[in-house]
Design a protein around this ligand. Structure first.
Ligand SMILES: O=C1C=c2cc(C(=O)O)[nH]c2=CC1=O
Length: 513
């Protein structure tokens, strides 16, 4: 969440997090790369518009008006410069002056060659075991951030992949209300609201960027899992991809997969909730996964259908009041999966993204843990591909993205929790190829016809056929009539013939047909 340089008593006390880019003349002399025009240190802007009624504990949570409880000054970068010290480029740009356009292609995981699959799996594992070069995480709430002695900032190093896991946990954690009091769960900074799509988009961009830097490969792109197969099997759960099922325990991953060795972060949810602590970088047990194995909930034993994606893309309004998990006719609530694929809200339904999570039936199906299963990355790139297609089809119409009264964290101008430097939901509401430097190699299913459409087409076809038959019959009758008229001898000729050689028996030319 915060740059290592800012995890100090001085930085926290001053509220300034503007690290140097290249401090030739000593610390603090090149904040935000100011000496080379990269950026400068400015006041943080926070969203102070009202949030929706779901959150009732204002003043009790560090994530309110993010990131003001920790820092009120940050770098603002010029042009295409970006990052915590303006030392990197905005997504879609590269080069020493960030003036070269780049486009990263996100492909279907199943289309990767054997060598590409191997490289992707290895890259994920490297991210799991490589300490994040820039970022550290807070392991205590702001109230306790200086530690028991009041002078020891409570931050920890974390690996690149585990930071991805931790960010998701931090965004969904309950609000601690004090020892002996039940933590408040009616809060989620990344789900059940319009920020669902923008938050997860930035979450993926950040992992992709971190992995590009780690691999020193600026072309590295995260693949996607097209989970809308309608099947009751996980087609990417093979040992060359996300790991097959173990032969020894149905809910574990095969030992032939590196992912069987991964250990899960943020498992001790009861501790965090009762003690008011925060998940740290300590890992616990293995990833659990039992696709289609939830016998108690048959509805989540089958993945979404291709048709569901097609239908969801027909929902033309981005979000609808109350901008929550009970919104109806909302594209966001439909792709998130609280509405049925046509957009109708139904509390009993789980579809698209939610259904894919629940189908996994294990670590990947529990919100505070789900990114621990690497399938999360692929499930969300596909969800993001659907969002991007929606943005393309509807010209990124942001008019129904609420400026206020969305659940806390979800207003258009809210800085997404817990990212640093501050980035608003707004900034992710743009088409990816043109604005964020990546695109999806994907073909969208055509939409099957509705019953009313089938009936209309049948009626129109029948009417057209009747019209054609009628026209043809009229034509035939006319032609026949014309022919008859042509073959009808003139009366005078007839008289002539009869009078010329009449012998009482008409010749063939004289017979009347
Ligand atoms: O990790 C997640 C797990 C989820 C479960 C549901 C549900 O609909 O019950 N939704 C989820 C979202 C997640 O991100």
């Amino acid at each position: 969440q915060f740059p290592r340089q800012c995890a100090t008593v001085e930085s926290l006390r001053s509220g300034m997090c503007c690290p140097d880019y290249f401090p030739v003349f000593g610390p603090g002399t090149d904040r935000c790369g100011v000496s080379t025009g990269r950026g400068r240190c400015v006041q943080v802007t926070v969203d102070s518009r009202p949030h929706g009624p779901q959150y009732i504990h204002d003043g009790r949570d560090d994530r309110e008006q993010w990131p003001i409880r920790f820092f009120n000054q940050t770098c603002r970068c010029n042009g295409n410069f970006s990052g915590y010290n303006c030392g990197s480029c905005r997504p879609g740009w590269s080069g020493p002056t960030c003036s070269q356009r780049i486009n990263i292609v996100r492909r279907n995981l199943l289309d990767l060659s054997a060598e590409e699959r191997r490289r992707f799996v290895n890259a994920l594992h490297e991210a799991k075991v490589t300490i994040h070069p820039d970022i550290v995480i807070a392991t205590r709430r702001r109230e306790e951030i200086f530690g028991p002695d009041g002078n020891t900032p409570q931050f920890e190093n974390i690996s690149i992949y585990n930071y991805f896991v931790w960010s998701h946990y931090y965004s969904v954690r309950k609000t601690f209300l004090g020892a002996g009091q039940q933590s408040f769960g009616g809060v989620d900074f990344s789900h059940e609201g319009p920020a669902f799509v923008t938050w997860h988009r930035y979450h993926l961009l950040q992992l992709e960027r971190d992995m590009q830097n780690m691999l020193q490969d600026p072309t590295f792109g995260l693949p996607y899992w097209n989970f809308a197969t309608g099947q009751n099997t996980c087609d990417i759960c093979s040992d060359d991809l996300m790991g097959a099922r173990s032969n020894f325990d149905v809910s574990l991953i095969s030992q032939n997969s590196i992912f069987s060795q991964w250990r899960v972060l943020c498992e001790n949810i009861e501790d965090y909730e009762t003690l008011g602590t925060i998940c740290n970088s300590t890992e616990g047990g293995p990833i659990r996964r039992n696709p289609a194995g939830n016998v108690a909930r048959p509805m989540v034993q089958q993945l979404p259908e291709p048709e569901d994606v097609a239908q969801c893309l027909e929902v033309g309004v981005f979000d609808t009041p109350p901008f929550y998990s009970n919104s109806t006719d909302s594209f966001r609530n439909t792709v998130e999966g609280y509405s049925d694929p046509s957009g109708k809200y139904d509390p009993a339904v789980r579809s698209l993204h939610n259904l894919a999570h629940l189908f996994l039936n294990g670590t990947g199906g529990q919100t505070h843990l789900s990114p621990n299963d690497p399938i999360f990355v692929l499930l969300h790139t596909f969800t993001d591909a659907v969002f991007d297609e929606w943005l393309r089809r509807y010209s990124a119409d942001i008019s129904t993205y609420p400026l206020e009264n969305a659940p806390i964290g979800h207003n258009r101008q809210y800085n997404m929790v817990p990212f640093w430097p501050p980035v608003t939901n707004n900034e992710m509401f743009v088409t990816a190829p043109e604005n964020l430097g990546y695109s999806y190699e994907v073909e969208w299913p055509g939409r099957a016809l509705r019953v009313t459409e089938i009936i209309t087409i049948a009626i129109v076809t029948a009417l057209v056929l009747v019209a054609i038959i009628f026209a043809a019959a009229t034509c035939i009758v006319r032609v026949k009539k014309n022919k008859d008229e042509l073959h009808q001898p003139l009366l005078t000729d007839q008289y002539q013939h009869y009078s010329d050689d009449y012998d009482g028996i008409p010749t063939p030319s004289q017979s009347v047909v």
